[in-house]
Design a protein around this ligand. Structure first.
Ligand SMILES: [Zn+2]
Length: 72
């Protein structure tokens, strides 16, 4: 059984420091800088998502970026 925090999640989005450029749900986009914080704020404030996971995402033994998974 899922913890209550996750019970009503119907859609999940994944954002990261390098590849995320556009919101999945609207026309919001960031094309420069370090957009992950802007996307996290955007998904929370504009679409009502909550953070399910945030942390490093590594490739092999080299940590290359930060990822966040948000759900609603
Ligand atoms: Zn949006």
């Amino acid at each position: 059984m899922l913890p209550k925090y996750y019970e009503d999640i119907n859609h999940v989005v994944h954002v990261d420091t390098h590849t995320t450029t556009k919101c999945e749900l609207c026309d919001f986009f960031v094309d420069e800088g370090h957009p992950i914080d802007k996307f996290i704020n955007h998904y929370i404030k504009h679409h009502g998502y909550k953070i399910l996971y945030i942390g490093p995402e590594g490739h092999y033994d080299c940590v290359t970026m930060t990822v966040a998974v948000l759900g609603k």
